[in-house]
Design a protein around this ligand. Structure first.
Ligand code: GRF
Length: 208
């Protein structure tokens, strides 16, 4: 059994999707802990209600980012994760932290990377006149919203869309590609070759 630790800052809908698929589909894995930098994150309540260990490492208690990163890593390592999953975790993690979990650190970003790294992706995609948008699951490297791409989803931009309708359409696809990517990881179906993430079966795009 592989151990998964999930980091959240808010709602936690991706955490829920991953946990539910893990249980329903009987993955060789268990979500052993959910950690958050915010005590009020709804994802913590979901985890507690499902018997998953929770812990808060409040970033406001630390003057330096490196101190926060170190405290977070210490909290994570107690659970000895095989895989660390960032699911709406809204803190930038330093190079030392990323290096510590290299190769077992996944993130989801609500854009078709490498376009629109950073915040307000849907607003920026609309302003750019994009006709299609999506989400990307990737292995994390020290550069923000970069790293080997595991899976992407693509949805159309429709007339009358605003950033909220677009975010909702993309989020529904996140709940498909993130669990699938985590499943590939825990089943040993992902490998890195020449800086690219390859998987041994299925398609790595979802067109919706
Ligand atoms: C998602 O849109 C994810 O792509 C982004 O933050 C949001 C988190 O949503 N990184 P949730 O907390 O999983 O509901």
């Amino acid at each position: 059994m592989k151990s998964i630790v999930i980091l959240v800052s808010g709602r936690g809908s991706n955490l829920q999707a991953i946990h539910q698929r893990c249980v329903e589909q009987g993955w060789p894995a268990r979500v052993v802990a959910v950690l958050s930098n915010r005590p009020d994150a709804a994802g913590l309540a979901y985890a507690a209600a499902h018997g998953i260990a929770t812990q808060v490492v409040d970033h406001t208690a630390f003057a330096e980012r490196a101190e926060f990163d170190a405290a977070l890593a210490q909290a994570i390592d107690r659970f000895e994760p095989d895989l660390l999953v960032l699911a709406g975790f809204m803190r930038i993690l330093g190079a030392a932290f990323v290096q510590r979990y290299e190769g077992r650190l996944l993130n989801i970003h609500p854009s078709l990377l490498p376009s629109f790294t950073g915040l307000h992706t849907h607003r920026r995609a609309l302003a750019a006149g994009c006709k299609a948008v999506g989400a990307t699951v990737h292995l994390v490297t020290a550069e923000l919203d970069h790293g080997p791409i595991v899976m992407q989803s693509v949805v159309p931009v429709r007339p009358g869309d605003d950033e909220h309708t677009l975010a909702a359409r993309v989020l529904a696809t996140e709940h498909v590609i993130y669990p699938q990517s985590v499943r590939w990881f825990v089943e040993g179906k992902l490998r890195l070759q020449d800086g690219l993430a390859l998987q041994t079966e299925d398609a790595s795009q979802v067109l919706i």
